[in-house]
Design a protein around this ligand. Structure first.
Ligand code: BGC
Length: 756
């Protein structure tokens, strides 16, 4: 009886859900019964009138198509007024008055920009990440939008790929947790309210594994690797109820994702039970022509067959599906299914009840870029920074220090927001020099630019694509600029060098084969190092970089990614100790490009290596060690943490028992600080080769100086599972090692045996 009472609310919710589902079905069925074939195909058409354009094609004849009912949705316009104008055309002038939905690349914030996703992931703080998406959704909906092309959850192991900046790094477990947090933040419980929106998980799938790190390149991968390491974050987003999925540009098993039936139907819909809509990436239907799969009609039919519902920009669906239907190349049911999914999304967004519900002109002033959102951005940014080095506790700096502030990124509003900040206004961003003046007004600052971000004319041209220029070339010669910086350094107690990549040296179509600091900036650092003054390097970057010289010659290195609107204030908060850094790397920093791909969860190989010792006929290099410069999970603090030994509740387990693994964590330093305690599991014996360890849990713990806490992890057989040769997610009896520690390389360990 008790049990029955307990499940009554669940049964009630299920019934309500079924009722609302039935209502939606009836509504959509009725609407579709009135639609012509052309109008149905029109719903599958997603257009952009300009704005953020990432390909050579821009939609044409948008107005006319809107009137004819040949457009399902629009992206690239913002502002309730503008959005209302477009909605007006659809709702007042098209035959069936079907409302449009409006999307945008809301990637790491809308108008209030948070750190780039790679930076955000380094916070390892799910509540914080969810909050950033919540604020982004509030701002975007206040700006007329109801669909965000985010989260981007592509696992990436190659920092040459520019889009590593848009994702959460190399680990599938952390990536999955972040995917869920982002979906929760954007959609709330079900995205039906006016301050939540429909999320779109992308780029499905494996886009982060482009060969050689070159954008849009081919992907070729075993199924086991795909299931174990690359697919989990997409699946996590689907399980979290994401409303839409974007297919990727790359091929998978030699079939482009956009036309891949195994991917979009068998896996996504049948195995994972996804019920929402699938949209292509920007012209990815058309690009299948270049992939050598046939002409536009053929590839459009292929995409529809595969399970794609909406065609972004390319108009392959709009211009060929009618002909394909006539010729028996697609079926009416396929067109109907796609159309239904799009109408269902509109229904769930409440657009049939009120097409203007996201177009409240009074909202922007109250909800966009407010003191509160700025405050949140500042807090969130500070928590994304990673302290890579801090010799002799040079940081935090004293608030009355005499500082030579040098480097091309110290006073550059243009570069603060980072890539994919399409609605952001960089003029509203806080620079490092402004932040320092705000936080430490008593500090004596001498500023010198010191170098251009790069002096390489090819790199400058290819980076400065979106005006105004991100790499600004000074009128002075490099020697003059360096001389000015060195003179400033000589008169200061400490040098703070703000260096790194320009915002668009990462992001889409921004792959690099050399991932070090540009030569011009390295020269500056070398000249400054000669002064013998203590040096702090503040690094702006959208990827893991090779920092060999810097790691040896800088006293402190603070990695700040691209921190967003409040970057400068947040950086100053950390430099002067208002906030003690707590970020940890989510991607491995290689020693050189030749080590790539270098990841913490690599396999043992048949000839395992010992990092300290080179040996002939082992899996190692002649010219570089196997270990990274900075491992996954690494990050320092202004305090120190000590770990006790791993204590295990049992060492022999059977079946569905549960293990508790704990360590005592102590703040052994002098200031309060947060530590991300990481738990990894290694499978000693299995029927397939396994990685050396996999992240299976983490906790972020705040401790006062001298304080200790027992940090415990509950481990079930779920954390022992892997994909076997039959692609079955299962575990096998045997020995396992539980590692707990401060990063993937520094752990304490305990061994258990677990039998089925
Ligand atoms: C990108 C997507 C983006 C789309 C729309 C494409 O080039 O790959 O991530 O959502 O453009 O802007």
């Amino acid at each position: 009886m008790k049990k029955l009472f307990a499940i009554l609310p669940v049964l009630f919710a299920v019934q309500l859900f079924a009722q609302s589902d039935a209502k939606m079905n009836a509504f959509v069925t009725n609407l579709m019964s009135k639609m012509t074939l052309e109008e149905k195909i029109g719903q599958l058409n997603l257009v952009t009138p300009g704005g953020a354009v990432t390909g050579s094609v821009v939609s044409k004849g948008v107005d006319e198509n809107l009137r004819k009912g040949f457009v399902g949705g629009l992206f690239g316009i913002t502002g309730p007024e503008k959005v209302r104008q477009a909605q007006d055309i659809a709702v007042k002038n098209s035959r069936l008055k079907i409302p449009l939905f409006f999307g945008l690349d809301v990637i790491h914030g809308h108008k209030t920009l948070f750190p780039i996703p790679l930076g955000l992931s380094c916070s390892w703080d799910m509540a914080l990440i969810e909050r950033s998406a919540r604020i982004a959704a509030t701002e975007a909906t206040a700006d007329g939008l109801c669909w965000a092309f985010s989260p981007m959850v592509d696992i990436a192991r190659d920092p040459r790929w520019g889009r590593v900046s848009e994702g959460s790094g190399e680990d599938p477990y952390l990536g999955s947790e972040i995917a869920k947090a982002m979906v929760r933040g954007y959609q709330g419980k079900d995205y039906s309210s006016t301050n939540t929106l429909m999320a779109c998980v992308k780029h499905f799938a494996l886009y982060g594994a482009a060969e050689a790190g070159r954008d849009y390149n081919s992907v070729d991968m075993s199924k086991i690797k795909m299931y174990e390491y690359y697919l989990p974050p997409y699946k996590a987003a689907v399980d979290a109820g994401v409303g839409s999925v974007m297919s990727s540009f790359n091929d998978i098993d030699a079939v482009p994702a956009t036309g891949n039936k195994w991917l979009l139907t068998d896996l996504l819909r049948r195995q994972w039970g996804f019920k929402g809509l699938v949209v292509s990436d920007y012209t990815s239907v058309n690009e299948m022509v270049n992939h050598s799969l046939g002409d536009l009609q053929t590839v459009s039919a292929l995409a529809l067959h595969a399970g794609l519902d909406m065609d972004m920009v390319g108009e392959g669906f709009l211009t060929t599906l009618k002909k394909s239907l006539k010729e028996g190349k697609v079926t009416q049911k396929q067109i109907d299914d796609a159309c239904r999914r799009i109408l269902e999304a509109k229904y769930k967004l409440g657009l049939f009840t009120d097409p203007y519900r996201y177009m409240d002109e009074s909202r922007p002033a109250k909800e966009i870029l407010t003191p509160e959102t700025r405050k949140a951005a500042r807090e969130i940014a500070a928590r994304s920074f990673v302290l890579l080095k801090n010799d002799a506790q040079l940081l935090p700096l004293k608030k009355d220090a005499s500082i030579a502030l040098v480097g091309p990124l110290a006073d550059s509003k243009r570069n603060m927001l980072g890539t994919w900040s399409v609605a952001g206004d960089f003029t509203k961003a806080i620079t490092v020099i402004e932040g320092i003046k705000n936080v430490a007004p008593g500090a004596k600052i001498t500023y010198a630019k010191g170098a251009n971000i790069s002096d390489d004319s090819m790199l400058i041209k290819r980076t400065n694509v979106f005006p105004p220029d991100e790499i600004e070339i000074d009128k002075r010669s490099p020697a003059e600029m360096i001389a000015e910086a060195v003179a400033a350094a000589k008169n200061a107690d400490v040098i703070v060098a703000v260096v790194g990549e320009a915002a668009d040296m990462t992001g889409e179509a921004s792959s690099r084969s050399d991932i070090g600091l540009p030569e011009s900036q390295l020269e500056l650092l070398k000249a400054l190092a000669k002064t013998g003054k203590p040096m702090v390097m503040v690094l702006f970057n959208g990827r893991a970089m090779t920092l060999n010289w810097e790691s040896k010659n800088m006293n402190s290195i603070l990695d700040v990614w691209f921190g967003g609107t409040e970057a400068g204030n947040a950086i100053a908060d950390v430099l002067f100790g208002n906030y003690n850094p707590s970020g940890k790397l989510t991607s491995t920093f290689p020693r050189n490009v030749g080590q790539i791909p270098i990841i913490y969860n690599h396999k043992h190989t048949g000839r395992p290596f010992n990092n300290e010792e080179w040996a002939k006929f082992k899996s190692n290099y002649l010219d570089v060690s196997n270990d990274p410069l900075y491992p996954f999970g690494f990050g320092l603090s202004y305090t120190t943490f000590t770990y006790g030994d791993v204590k295990l509740s049992k060492t022999d387990l059977k079946g569905n028992e549960t293990l508790t693994a704990l360590v005592t964590l102590t703040n052994s330093g002098k200031v309060a600080g947060e530590e991300v305690v990481q738990m990894y599991v290694a499978d000693v014996v299995a029927s397939v080769t396994r990685s050396v360890k996999d992240l299976k849990g983490f906790q972020k713990i705040l401790l006062q100086p001298g304080e200790s806490k027992e940090v415990s992890f509950k481990i079930t057989t779920e954390q022992l599972k892997f994909f076997n040769s039959n692609l079955k997610w299962d575990w096998e009896s045997g020995d396992f090692i539980i590692h707990i520690g401060t990063n993937s390389s520094e752990v304490k360990s305990g061994k258990i045996n677990w039998k089925k």
